[in-house]
Design a protein around this ligand. Structure first.
Ligand SMILES: NC(=O)c1ccc[n+]([C@@H]2O[C@H](COP(=O)([O-])OP(=O)(O)OC[C@H]3O[C@@H](n4cnc5c(N)ncnc54)[C@H](OP(=O)(O)O)[C@@H]3O)[C@@H](O)[C@H]2O)c1
Length: 329
């Protein structure tokens, strides 16, 4: 097979909904010193990608236009620049970048890549970075361990499902808030499901059967009041705003932040490779259906992660359990 000479990147020229994303064809980029050309096999979508694209998140408002999309990726090294020591052509890698992962190829400093374990599926590897690193940073910040009884909101979603499983793996008792549809999913992971409807604090108290020692609010609604009602110490509560800070830190491109993000990514990959958690990919979309994928994410009922693939075998979509459930009277 001849090596491709063209690549594509999903870009946008102004803030807006997912349909501002356009496929931009360009020559295959060449890696410079210390850089690697990666052919992207899988790349996830995150709420933060959407917030950066629609302007809700304006931390990098001075970035030039057009802007590229996407921060999680897994792929294969196709070329290396001078001075690259850690990766060879043909290596399978997992990487992170503030923007540009929603593409067929991306050039990155080798410092933004870690090796992909052979046993880790491509769609899982491409979904690990922002959700996994946010989950791990939050658990480490709270020093969640075996003596904890922790509540995690949106526990069936991208970040929550990883957070809950790693907390469980550390020996904590984990209560996860979710909709009724996800009770069985969380139970299968050893997590105690509690509905997020009104009266949640009382239901959590009953399910916990002991004092709740930490509370992580991914969703960003009522969390502080519920945590206070449960008597969780203020220093062991993390809000959705705290989560935003963690995500922004993971996306910064100064060398210190990049090194930290890569080190956390390596830990997440190691945990996934060792089976400490299983990332459920509930939507695997061909990358050219990126608008549909973002619209799916925006419904706020994803289970696990939504991932884009550059080499899909089919564009025919089967009905998912969620859709069957939603159609039930
Ligand atoms: N503050 C920030 O900057 C920031 C950054 C990123 C994400 N977020 C927010 O964090 C949330 C979760 O992120 P994610 O990446 O894990 O999202 P995700 O994969 O889209 O997951 C969404 C999850 O939210 C749950 N959910 C829906 N309505 C809920 C409610 N009223 N109360 C509690 N949970 C509810 C859903 O559970 P069921 O399907 O079981 O109903 C689903 O599992 C999203 O709402 C997102 O907008 C905030």
């Amino acid at each position: 097979m001849r090596a491709p000479t063209e690549a594509f990147t999903y870009r946008y020229t102004h803030y807006g909904d997912a349909d501002v994303l356009k496929r931009h064809l360009h020559p295959l980029p060449t890696p410079g010193p210390g850089e690697v050309l990666v052919e992207v096999i899988s790349t996830a979508i995150n709420h933060m990608d959407a917030f950066l694209r629609n302007g809700k998140e304006d931390t990098w408002r001075d970035d030039p236009w057009p802007r590229a999309s996407g921060c999680d990726l897994a792929g294969i090294v196709r070329a290396v620049g001078p001075g690259v020591t850690r990766f060879r052509v043909g290596a399978d890698v997992v990487g992170h970048t503030r923007t540009g992962a929603h593409a067929s190829h991306v050039v990155l400093p080798e410092a933004q890549l870690v090796p992909k374990p052979r046993g880790l599926e491509w769609e899982v590897a491409g979904g690990l970075f922002l959700a996994g690193a946010t989950a791990l940073e939050t658990l480490d910040d709270l020093r969640i361990g075996a003596s904890d009884t922790v509540v995690i909101s949106a526990a069936a979603g991208g970040v929550g499902s990883i957070e809950a499983q790693i907390a469980k793996h550390r020996g904590a008792r984990v209560i996860g808030t979710c909709g009724a549809r996800n009770f069985d999913y969380l139970r299968q992971l050893g997590i105690i499901p509690v509905s997020y409807d009104d009266g949640m604090a009382e239901r959590i108290r009953r399910a916990a059967g002991r004092p709740v020692t930490a509370y992580i609010d991914n969703y960003g609604k009522d969390g502080r009041q519920v945590a206070e009602a449960l008597g969780v110490p203020a220093e062991r509560y993390r809000s959705s705003a705290d989560r935003r800070e963690v995500e922004l830190r993971l996306l910064r491109d100064d060398p210190e932040s990049v090194a930290q993000a890569t080190s956390v990514l390596q830990k997440v990959v190691d945990l996934a490779g060792a089976g400490a958690f299983r990332l459920l990919v509930s939507g695997l979309y061909p990358i050219d259906d990126i608008v549909d994928a973002f619209e799916d994410l925006a419904k706020l009922h994803a289970r696990g992660k939504i991932v884009l693939a550059t080499r899909p075998v089919t564009r025919v979509r089967t009905l998912r359990a969620r859709e069957v459930f939603e159609r039930m009277p």
